[in-house]
Ligand binder design. Structure first.
Ligand SMILES: Cc1cc2nc3c(=O)[nH]c(=O)nc-3n(C[C@H](O)[C@H](O)[C@H](O)COP(=O)(O)OP(=O)(O)OC[C@H]3O[C@@H](n4cnc5c(N)ncnc54)[C@H](O)[C@@H]3O)c2cc1C
Length: 358
């Protein structure tokens, strides 16, 4: 998110320095997946076409005994190569004048020193943010621990849908996923609520033994595997003095899926506007806090509510919920009106349908 912000600031003629601890900006991108809604990617404004790995039209949701197939007519989302995408972000930011210093890990002392040197500091340093810790931002306590791996030589069925597996007995309070990259390459992953103190790799090893997954992987080879974490709640405060937080550092993710690129990038654009107003006209930076919560707060709240519903459901209850959704025509409805970023769109449509019928 730091690069999206840097690009917006540099394009407005503001001097920006970006510090990245890794040897290059794309190192470590393989720890996360790259499913992003088509509309969300277009709004971010960074060229993404060269990063596309696959196009998705829907999802198959699995409970223990039931399946919901939600498929739309056109492309809803892309699987992107995160490394290529972040390199593109960096080159656009540099082209607009931002300076990027790789291989530069800052410690709390460095952050304090930088605080004196710059007019504004932005912590876009991920879920375990050094900037947030240094400036005593309120902590976040809700996380999922993830593990994801890529397999080649897999027997992938439909290549334009992701499979999501809800099984609270195994993936406590989160879910597992299977994302096709093509006919024989697939990514498998899962998250586990951090409060369960489970090792995500150990849970993953059980997950890939599920019969349908074991069948898909039977002639495959694991190419890579990574553990990471995703914050599932926003920080209570994201501005203190001249210090702002964006992206995972601020907890700007969707609690349903852990996706953070669309909301995080949207918040980075809002942060850029606030910084520009602050530097040019002295408008307080606290406007950022108000503006991003106004734009995304309600959607984040709905994501949290949906997350609470599936995370508190036993496998048997999930079967019952899936049965009811299916019986009420939910697959067709979600295929037509489902929006992976904005649940409010579905809610409005549902209320509208309830009031006037189909
Ligand atoms: C398994 C997994 C799957 C995911 N799948 C998706 C998905 O499909 N779609 C989606 O939208 N989102 C997904 N996400 C979430 C998404 O990856 C994050 O929301 C997004 O990367 C957040 O970006 P960020 O810039 O805020 O933080 P990060 O991507 O964590 O970037 C922070 C950067 O700061 C650097 N840094 C950290 N500390 C320091 C320091 N002290 N000094 C200097 N540099 C530092 C890091 O090296 C890193 O480059 C997934 C996450 C995981 C873990």
């Amino acid at each position: 998110m730091g690069l999206v912000l840097a690009k917006a600031l540099a394009a407005s003629g503001i001097e920006v320095d970006v510090y990245e601890s890794k040897r290059n900006v794309s190192e470590g991108s393989e720890k996360a997946s790259g499913i992003i809604s088509k509309i969300g990617l277009e709004r971010i404004g960074v060229e993404y076409k060269r990063s596309i790995v696959n196009e998705l039209r829907g999802a198959i949701l699995h409970s223990e005994d039931k399946r919901l197939k939600i498929k739309s007519k056109g492309t809803k989302a892309y699987v992107i190569d995160r490394g290529k995408y972040v390199e593109e972000c960096a080159s656009e930011a540099k082209r607009d004048g931002a300076k990027i210093y790789a291989n530069t890990r800052f410690s709390p002392n460095d952050v304090i020193r930088l605080g004196d040197q710059y007019d504004v500091i932005v912590g876009a340093d991920g879920a375990v943010s050094t900037v947030a810790k240094t400036f005593a931002f309120p902590p976040m306590s809700s996380y999922v621990l993830t593990y994801k791996a890529e397999y080649s030589g897999a027997d992938v069925g439909e290549t334009d849908v992701v499979d999501l597996f809800f099984d609270n007995a195994l993936m406590h309070n989160f879910f597992g996923w299977s994302v096709p990259y093509g006919h024989d390459i697939v990514e498998l992953g899962l998250g586990v609520d951090s409060t369960f103190r489970k090792n995500s790799k150990e849970v993953f090893d059980k997950f890939v033994k599920k019969p349908e997954i074991a069948e898909m992987l039977k002639s495959s080879k694991m190419v890579s595997g990574h553990a990471s974490l995703i914050p599932l709640e926003t920080r209570r405060k994201t501005v203190i003095g001249n210090v702002l937080l964006v992206g995972d550092a601020a907890g700007q993710t969707k609690a349903t899926t852990g996706g953070g690129i669309v909301f995080g990038s949207g918040c980075a654009s809002i942060a850029a506007d606030s910084i520009i107003k602050y530097l040019n006209r002295g408008v307080p930076l606290s406007g950022y806090e108000h503006a991003w919560r106004k734009k995304y707060g309600f959607e984040m709240f709905l994501h949290k509510k949906i997350h609470n519903l599936y995370s508190s459901s036993s496998p048997a209850r999930m079967d019952r919920i899936f049965g009811v959704v299916k019986a009420l025509g939910g697959e067709k409805f979600l295929g037509s009106y489902g929006d992976m970023d904005r649940p409010s769109i579905m809610l409005k449509r549902l209320i509208f349908r309830g009031l006037i019928g189909d």
